[in-house]
Design a protein around this ligand. Sequence first.
Ligand code: 0O2
Length: 271
Amino acid sequence: MNIDKIMYKYELAYKKIKSIFDFIYNEYSEKNDVNPIEHIKYRIKKSSSIEEKLIRRGYPVTEESVDKYLSDIVGVRVVCSFLSDLEVIKNVIRELEEKNVFKIIKEKDYISNPKESGYSSYHMIVSVPINYNNEISYVNVEIQIRTIAMDMSASLEHKVCYKKQDYSKMLQKMIKDATEFCGMLDKNLDNIVSLEKNSEINNRDNALKVVYPFMQGSEFRLNRLKYESGLKFVRDEFLELYNRKYISEDGVNPIEHIKSRIKHDDEIVRK
Ligand code: 0O2
């Protein structure tokens, strides 16, 4: 199978979906709304994982099979703080469908119906239009939506158990317990968050708001370019090298994911 032949199309879909979700994330951050998104992770499946998945599912290892059977060559993982935020994100995705940005073709609710492993997450497969060879083509993209707590247990489970036949019963139980604990944590957090939201509504008129007088009419604008290039340097040069070194030495990457940010102007002034 010559995977490179078909990857270009997936790279276009990757760029498109990334720009859509980066835009959503930035909109929430810039409006200084409470951002329902904690972080977003994007990935294109490696060719070794594509082959492994076709074999695992019993499909022929051909270029046609990739398009026909795999919907998660391009993946987006939206990690939210609380359960209620997941609904916000699902609605944003539905609104995008109404605006014909893409089409939702499948939804899988592993939160109401967790997998045997305890895996919880909400999956939406969307069909994204791209301009490929001067024609409109459609590429399926898998969007996984989950809370921080779900992400923690799923990431651990993925690292030590998922797709491994030989993990011990004890480890399996530990991971299941952790998953159950995370589920409980989400429910409790959700109760607290909704109580706080209600009391916020009741107290809206006489709410005790922290007002920073020095911020009023602040014209402060950070020269972001300088910081963006510093951040890009650290990410691209240093961390890429670091990752490559570890991955090539023993095939195991000690880093699960990397998060970076540049402080917003109002936060800088407040601080
Ligand atoms: P990887 O290594 O994460 O890329 P189907 O729709 O059933 O034909 P598909 O696409 O396998 O086929 O759907 P499913 O089962 O929803 O799995 C999609 C992805 O969800 C998986 O991709 C995993 O990323 C994640 N996932 C599914 N089940 C589990 C689980 O039990 N534990 C963990 N941690 N993650 C899970 P891949 O390609 O299998 O793996």
